[in-house]
Write a protein that binds this ligand. Structure first.
Ligand SMILES: Cc1cc2nc3c(=O)[nH]c(=O)nc-3n(C[C@H](O)[C@H](O)[C@H](O)COP(=O)(O)OP(=O)(O)OC[C@H]3O[C@@H](n4cnc5c(N)ncnc54)[C@H](O)[C@@H]3O)c2cc1C
Length: 437
């Protein structure tokens, strides 16, 4: 977010930049003018969303385009349940916008603070063995190219061969101004959250992950997995939401408040982490409720952290997890933040972490005041060694050489980039590293 003095920083507080200029275009034409003017002065342009990426992907050294004014519904195709949103629409507003049509997004990640353009551009995903990441819900986009032209891409008549690149484009192909989503009828989720023995959870991972949406959190230095199993129900089913006061208690006081205390104490007294994690693992997540899907998928995150996440072939997930656990056990580190484990269906987006393979995700976090370098580096060595692909919006150390090996369509993506942005108007140092200059 841009601060007084013109410095932009991300949510994780590990990326900072003072752009040459910040622009807040309120129309598509204003976006086109901004891109054309910048290109004419040989300035690079970067559209930013909510700044929720931990990697340098949204860093805008020259012209920062804040599309916060470009939000809301452009068009609804009721017959086909397709909704076109302006690209700066925040995910938290989408349920309200879709409610009049009885529609919902098929799956979501853990939070809803991101913009739709930012979320799809980095491959944001939730969990569910039969569900892909958010970019798989995209059936069309309109973007402003480096030449200031409008380019519409969809799954039918308009450049359909480019959709698999443009729906998850790392912000490298142009400025998205509209995104069309294939929605589904609004639905409820029954959520069962409970602490389970870690070894039982790993041993039964295949069966448990066959649920609509399964994930677990492991608190390092404990034998407990906090499991979350969400089952899809029709809107006609009976809601049994957590009372507002209990939700506040669970999420604000228990989850986030205890985290904050744990992390703050752990940063100063590492020995306290083990007993506090054991307590946290037993205390968090022991509840069953039914509510509208977006309210179940997403939570508030008020404790700041830094994160790295890798996708591995789903069949290697238990072994990958055990290797990370052994690393932590023998390292002597005291890790206060839980490790999150999720799954997703393979998809066809060229730069999706789940491209062509069903995937398991392992996400490691560190309290933002602690240096994650050694921890993330050692975990990365394990997961990258297993053919893992790093989340584009989270911290990692891979470059274009290493990434090309992991993505069969990498060169096809670069060819589209060469065509749409030959002068690298939309480049930044992160894209130079991961895609090449
Ligand atoms: C607390 C927290 C929880 C998270 N939970 C999850 C999770 O559950 N699952 C998951 O997969 N990820 C998760 N993330 C990561 C997050 O979803 C991604 O990093 C996402 O990209 C952030 O969206 P944003 O709107 O903040 O985009 P930004 O970080 O601002 O930008 C991301 C990228 O999108 C590009 N972009 C933005 N707008 C446009 C546009 N209009 N046109 C072209 N390019 C554009 C930017 O240039 C940049 O390349 C989480 C992050 C945080 C901080």
């Amino acid at each position: 977010m841009t601060r007084p003095g013109g410095v932009w920083r991300n949510w994780g507080r590990n990326q900072h930049v003072r752009p040459v200029r910040v622009e807040r275009p309120a129309s598509v034409d204003a976006v086109r003018r901004a891109v054309t003017a910048a290109a004419a002065r040989s300035l690079r342009v970067k559209a930013v969303g909510s700044g929720h990426s931990f990697s340098g992907i949204a860093v805008a050294p020259d012209v920062l385009l804040d599309l916060g004014e470009l939000r809301g519904v452009v068009d609804v195709d009721r017959d086909r349940a397709r909704v076109t949103l302006r690209a700066g629409t925040p995910l938290w507003d989408v349920p309200r916008l879709l409610a009049p049509y009885g529609l919902a997004m098929a799956n979501l990640g853990d939070i809803d603070r991101q913009t739709i353009a930012g979320a799809i551009s980095t491959g944001t995903h939730g969990t569910g063995a039969r569900f892909g990441g958010l970019s798989t819900q995209v059936v069309g986009v309109t973007l402003v190219t480096a030449g200031g032209e409008l380019l519409t891409i969809d799954d039918e008549a308009q450049h359909p061969e480019l959709l698999a690149a443009a729906a998850l484009g790392l912000g490298a192909l142009g400025v998205l101004v509209e995104v069309t989503l294939q929605c589904v009828p609004a639905f409820l989720l029954e959520a069962v959250e409970r602490p389970d023995p870690l070894e039982d959870t790993l041993a039964a991972l295949d069966a448990r992950a066959a649920a609509d949406h399964f994930e677990f959190y492991w608190f390092p230095h404990t034998d407990i997995a906090v499991t979350k199993t969400n089952t899809r129900l029709p809107e006609s089913a009976r809601r049994a939401p957590i009372p507002r006061a209990r939700r506040f208690l669970d999420e604000s006081v228990m989850a986030n408040g205890v985290y904050r205390a744990t992390c703050a104490v752990g940063a100063v007294v590492p020995a306290a982490v083990r007993p506090v994690n054991a307590l946290a693992g037993r205390t968090f997540g022991n509840r069953t409720y039914v509510d509208h899907a977006p309210r179940v998928f997403t939570q508030r995150r008020t404790v700041r952290f830094r994160e790295m996440e890798y996708a591995v072939p789903v069949e290697t997930l238990p072994a990958a997890f055990r290797a990370v656990r052994e690393l932590i056990d023998r390292s002597g580190w005291r890790i206060s933040f839980p490790i999150e484990v999720r799954v997703a269906a393979g998809d066809d987006r060229w730069l999706s972490t789940a491209h062509g393979r069903d995937s398991g995700y392992i996400a490691v976090h560190r309290y933002w005041r602690e240096d994650p370098t050694a921890y993330f580096g050692a975990v990365e060595e394990i997961l990258a060694g297993l053919g893992g692909r790093p989340h584009w919006g989270k911290e990692h150390g891979l470059d274009a050489v290493a990434l090309r090996e992991r993505y069969p369509r990498f060169d096809d993506f670069v060819a589209v980039r060469d065509r749409l942005d030959p002068d690298r108007v939309f480049a930044n140092p992160y894209l130079d590293r991961v895609l090449g200059e």
